[in-house]
Design a protein around this ligand. Structure first.
Ligand code: PHE
Length: 336
């Protein structure tokens, strides 16, 4: 009975006290354990009553032990709250912020939405047809080789898309012109990771197909984009280039945002940085996608979001985007 009384008032406000309770009442060497050892010395006629009482005590100890554990786990409510100073200010917690790539992607989308483009989406795991063949890549084009493309399966080839141009193909199959869309997304290339290259990055593809779309539309659209993104003094230039899916093709440079023309590492002292590939959609591609290439023309462009972000925020190492270093991420805490 004395033990039962003690049990009723026992408390444990921390793990040590809980352990003391366990040693005292639950373990083999506890007071209750000792009494069980005594059982053999109790005269036969009293054994039954003594045993029943002991079991009652043992159960009381066990259920009290359970109750104490629960109380501790739920934060010691009732007993310990009295010791908390509820007037103390709460501990501060850090709020995350938008990733610079997300911010720039959204900004690119906004700029193009305002001039009538909508956003389209497509798969990152793609077949050879949508990533290469429909885009007029010759059978033995080097971009199909293992060093550039991550293949998932061969014959028929399934791969991680190497550019967002696969969405062009899917869109043209699905939709009749006019088509005016941008297609942001993740792309993959089998490249060694360095300050200037990564095996995963992001592109935004643009496609405009309609009657009478000309190179002038392409030029004005991208000029407009460059000024909106980098400021109205930004200069733009087109350099002849080659892509299997556009003819003619051009690479687009903007005036270097970092050195403002005085020469730096990024623009290799030329004052110009490449931001996009572009061109008039090759009539073969229109035909491959079921669009009448006598009636319709189009332009397309593709740009790297990492590169645009790099120019906008002067990020000098591509690896920073994916390393999750808070010292880097914190610098963008005002973006939203
Ligand atoms: N797909 C090309 C690339 O990844 C970019 C591009 C898109 C070029 C559309 C022209 C037209 O390099």
């Amino acid at each position: 009975d004395a033990i039962l009384k003690d049990l009723a008032t026992a408390e444990a406000t921390n793990q040590q006290e809980l352990e003391q309770f366990r040693l005292k009442y639950i373990s083999k060497k506890s007071v209750i354990g000792d009494l069980f050892n005594e059982l053999k010395n109790v005269p036969n006629e009293d054994k039954k009553a003594f045993g029943m009482k002991l079991n009652e005590v043992k159960q009381a100890a066990q259920s009290k032990f359970k109750a104490l554990i629960e109380q501790l786990e739920s934060g010691g409510q009732g007993t310990t709250m009295e010791h908390e100073d509820l007037t103390l200010p709460a501990a501060g917690h850090t709020v995350g912020s938008m990733h610079p790539l997300t911010y720039v992607r959204n900004q690119i989308i906004q700029i193009f939405e305002r001039i009538g483009f909508n956003v389209a989406d497509g798969p990152e795991i793609e077949d050879d047809f949508h990533n290469f063949t429909a885009l007029n890549f010759p059978e033995n084009h080097p971009a199909r080789e293992m060093q550039d493309t991550f293949f998932i399966e061969r014959n028929p080839d399934i791969l991680l898309r190497t550019h967002t141009s696969n969405v062009q193909v899917r869109l043209m199959h699905k939709q009749k012109p006019p088509i005016r869309s941008i297609m942001p997304g993740r792309v993959y290339r089998n490249e060694a990771i360095s300050a200037r290259a990564h095996c995963v990055f992001h592109q935004v593809e643009g496609l405009y197909v309609d009657k009478n779309v000309s190179f002038v539309d392409l030029k004005q659209t991208l000029y407009h984009f460059a000024k909106e993104m980098f400021g109205k003094d930004t200069k733009i230039r087109f350099r002849p280039s080659y892509f299997p899916f556009t003819e003619p093709s051009a690479e687009i440079d903007i005036s270097c945002q970092i050195c403002k023309g005085d020469g730096c590492q990024l623009c290799k002292h030329t004052g110009w940085v490449e931001i996009a590939g572009s061109g008039m959609v090759d009539p073969n591609v229109l035909a491959n996608c079921g669009i009448d290439n006598e009636e319709y023309t189009g332009f397309a462009f593709g740009m790297g979001i990492e590169r645009i972000t790099q120019l906008k925020f002067q990020v000098n190492d591509l690896r920073l985007y994916t390393e999750n270093d808070v010292r880097f991420l914190k610098q963008f805490s005002t973006l939203h």
